[in-house]
Design a protein around this ligand. Structure first.
Ligand code: PGD
Length: 779
């Protein structure tokens, strides 16, 4: 399909659709698609990324692994590599996979392999790896996500669904037309709406909010950061981590002043009475009134009471961003948000009710397509063992250990081989010092990535993957109308191969080639997957072109289900269209959750004092509340070396924003390099002073590639500004065991030492050799 690479090519990234211009094997410029109302600035990270110096050029094996063979090693992350020819590399890796399967069984392979990788339905890295591992007998898998760890478990129990909250959320159109008041816990940060998992052809949030405001709609943003909303909004900044207390204070006013919708609560919900006993203090002697909420949140009592009355008097949408559930006790905020919306009675009516994730990703509010998407079938995993995704360090450090999860008591497997494609746990996982000690435990670690990310540096086998720009693919997502031909923009870089090719070679060595490939090339898979999808759309009566015509045209616009209101069918007919909960209704009190007896997730929404917050004892040692949120200048850690991300850095470090008053009291000026620290670790960052950040708060986004001052020391300071050296590896609760990376208590001081160089994007050290050479010479 692609033979000439200098012509402009249409492509798709998680952060938007664009045309790439290239020359000499490199993308030189990108132009956002004309149909995109508000393109993401992150597209600017793409030019120069294909031939960047941090690319993995050839298959590489860690020197110590070649010398000593498989085994636990503290050298991971501080060793040199030997580049091998593909054939030799595949022989060695296939032999190691066979050894682990034969000796320890497939459960000993951890193929959780979490990560966002790239857009594209076929070349999706995890799908490729999971299918391959299934063909060789399966693997220990991970469940849920870092994005929505708490929500993914609690919401099915409370409203009977997880995916509907996003894929069938109330549309931006409906909000712009009907909502009078949006009360947004966590704001609606536009920086995040640049991104959608798998790609996105349009970014409607800014325009929708403009129309909402033009109609007289009012937005109240509740966040420690004023700029969590673009444009006019009323800003309330409670003490970070206290949103549930604020929601309870609001709920108390509704209940005590008779402003709650008792008919809705009786007809559509279960367990309100039990919750009300707690709310009004009948069960514990503590009324959760505005005065109580004021002490915890720092917001004035009358402000809380007035907001509750305003909410009751208007068509109000209560929204909760995903960040609020990425903390200890993270199940409570979305549960309490739904409860508050239920008390207002608007759920299922246009412009009112509940939303989860407006401003978290470019999906909530966008109309879904009514057809299944083309799918690369992953096969069946015969291994039943799984772990919650954020429990990876616990699993590696504690084989055989018991843990609680969603009402079950489970055991961590004994993992010997970790196989990872398309993710970077040094970006996404908490407490990197602990993660490094965990990654020293397995006998072998295999990583597929286009770049020498920190995870690749900690691997034994590093597989050079292509970027999506080096291959053809199909892009579409469940809330985007376009099926898009992602055209290869540049030839493959150096010895990089598609993960499909690498895994096909491994499958051939292991005697399962036919099962993995079904005899298809990548192009044949695209045609096959397109054909299946075409069948669905044609069955709905739409004349979808054949593959070749589609590829020439470049895209196909599907129908979408416009004008949705979340739970409207349940509202219309609660008996005929019940929720998939035990009661068929919204579970404000859940007997099942209550029955688990978890101290950190009781049977109804509850204020649980966080471990990391300014109201607790820990704040005496670490008096600043760090918000480790998603970055503005890139997606996660992807293309951190790109122009937009680099332009945001301060003296090469990730910017940390703090209030001018907090900076002044520490002798810190704009542009200084600072040391951010707590009892888990430390990193350097570049100071940006900004009164959009509340007093007592600091904001350091995720995504700066981990860059240890001393690579031999797992606890080393990161000289670049990765906040996950500071975050805690505690999980949300025994119910969901989700990620809690959003908050950490820290302190900050001026860095007065020499400023170390950034080495994160450099190649590791290589030694010349081959597989046999290292073993025979001890090299
Ligand atoms: P990415 O940077 O997207 O981060 O964590 P995630 O691991 O997804 O990593 C994707 C990797 O895939 C990159 O290394 C990229 O080079 C590689 N890649 C891209 N394309 C391909 C390909 O085609 N093949 C292969 N093999 N590799 C490819 C994200 C996670 O971080 C998420 S979703 C959230 S929401 C969490 N949020 C927070 C947070 O709020 N606060 C903190 N402190 N930490 C978090 N971590 C979580």
């Amino acid at each position: 399909m692609s033979s000439e690479h200098s012509a402009p090519r249409q492509h798709m990234a998680h952060w938007g659709m664009f045309t790439a211009q290239s020359s000499d094997g490199e993308v030189t410029s990108v132009v956002p698609d004309r149909g995109d109302a508000d393109p993401s600035p992150a597209l600017g990270n793409i030019p120069g990324s294909v031939r960047h110096r941090s690319r993995v050029r050839r298959p590489a094996v860690r020197r110590g692994w070649l010398r000593d063979g498989p085994g636990a090693s503290n050298d991971r992350g501080n060793d040199s590599f030997v580049e091998l020819e593909w054939d030799e590399f595949i022989d060695l890796l296939a032999g190691e996979l066979r050894r682990v399967v034969d000796t320890h069984g497939n459960e000993a392979i951890y193929g959780g392999s979490y990560g966002w990788a790239s857009s594209g339905r076929f070349h999706h890295a995890q799908s490729q790896l999971h299918r391959f591992l299934n063909t060789i007998g399966g693997y220990t898998r991970s469940v849920n996500s870092y994005s929505l760890g708490a929500t993914g478990v609690i919401m099915p129990r409370v409203v009977g669904t997880h995916w509907k909250l996003f894929a069938r959320s109330t549309s931006w159109e409906v909000i712009a037309k009907h909502t009078e008041l949006m009360v947004c816990f966590g704001g609606v940060p536009r920086k995040n709406t640049g991104t959608n998992h798998g790609g996105t052809s349009n970014h409607p949030t800014r325009d929708a909010l403009d129309r909402f405001r033009a109609r007289g709609g009012q937005l109240v943003s509740i966040s420690p950061l004023r700029d969590d909303v673009d444009g006019a909004a009323r800003w309330l900044a409670p003490v970070p981590g206290t949103d549930v207390a604020l929601m309870l204070g609001l709920a108390y006013v509704l209940a005590s002043e008779g402003l709650h919708d008792t008919d809705f609560l009786a007809r559509y919900c279960t367990g309100y009475d039990r919750f009300e006993d707690y709310l009004l203090g009948r069960s514990d002697g503590v009324p959760k009134d505005p005065a109580w909420a004021s002490v915890i949140t720092g917001l004035p009592t009358d402000v809380i009471a007035a907001l509750a009355r305003q909410m009751a008097a208007h068509t109000t949408m209560v929204t909760v961003t995903w960040s609020l559930q990425r903390v200890r006790g993270g199940e409570q905020a979305p549960w309490m948000g739904i409860t508050l919306a239920a008390m207002l009675g608007g759920i299922g009516t246009p412009g009112a009710g509940f939303g989860h994730g407006y401003g978290s990703m470019n999906e909530p509010g966008l109309a879904p397509v009514p057809y299944p998407l083309p799918t690369f079938w992953q096969g069946v995993n015969p291994v039943q063992t799984f772990v919650p995704v954020a429990a990876v360090s616990d699993m590696l450090l504690d084989p055989g250990g018991r843990f609680e999860y969603d009402g079950r008591s489970l055991t961590y497997p004994d993992i010997k081989l970790v196989h990872w494609a398309g993710g970077n746990p040094f970006h996404h996982h908490q407490d990197i010092g602990r993660l490094r000690r965990a990654l020293a435990r397995p006998e072998t670690i295999v990583v597929h990535d286009p770049y020498w990310t920190p995870l690749a540096r900690h691997a034994d086998f590093v597989v050079p993957s292509t970027t999506s720009l080096e291959r053809d693919d199909l892009s579409c997502t469940r809330n985007d109308p376009l099926m898009v031909a992602m055209q290869q923009a540049v030839p493959r870089y150096a010895d990089a191969r598609d993960d499909y090719d690498t895994l096909s070679m491994l499958a051939a060595k292991l005697g399962v080639a036919e099962r993995f490939t079904e005899g298809r090339t990548a192009e044949q898979w695209l045609r096959h997957m397109y054909g299946q999808w075409q069948g669905f759309v044609r069955a709905a009566g739409h004349p979808v072109p054949d593959f070749d015509e589609f590829w020439r045209t470049g895209s196909y616009r599907m129908d979408t289900e416009d004008g949705l209101t979340l739970f409207e069918e349940f509202r219309a007919d609660p008996v005929g269209q019940p929720l998939r909960t035990p009661s068929g209704r919204i579970e404000i009190f859940s007997s099942d959750i209550d029955g688990f007896g978890y101290d950190d997730c009781p049977g109804h929404p509850t204020w649980l004092e966080p471990t990391e917050w300014l109201g607790g004892a820990r704040s005496a040692d670490f008096p600043l509340h760090l918000i480790a949120n998603q970055p503005k200048s890139r997606l996660h850690s992807q293309l951190d070396h790109g122009a937009v991300s680099q332009a945001s850095k301060v003296q090469g470090r990730e910017p940390i924003r703090l209030h001018p008053g907090d900076a002044e009291s520490r002798g810190i000026a704009e542009g200084d390099v600072v040391r951010v620290f707590n009892d888990r670790g430390a990193c350097l960052a570049g100071a940006v002073l900004d009164d959009a950040v509340s007093r007592g708060v600091a904001q350091l986004s995720t995504g700066a590639w981990y860059d240890p001052l001393d690579p031999a020391d797992p606890q080393s300071m990161c000289v670049h500004g990765n906040p996950n050296v500071l975050t805690s590896d505690e999980h949300t609760s025994k119910l969901a065991q989700g990620c809690t990376g959003q908050h950490a208590l820290v302190d900050i001081e001026l860095w007065t030492g020499a400023v170390p160089p950034i080495r994160a994007y450099e190649q590791p050290t290589f030694v010349v050799g081959s597989a046999g050479w290292a073993r025979s010479t001890g090299g």
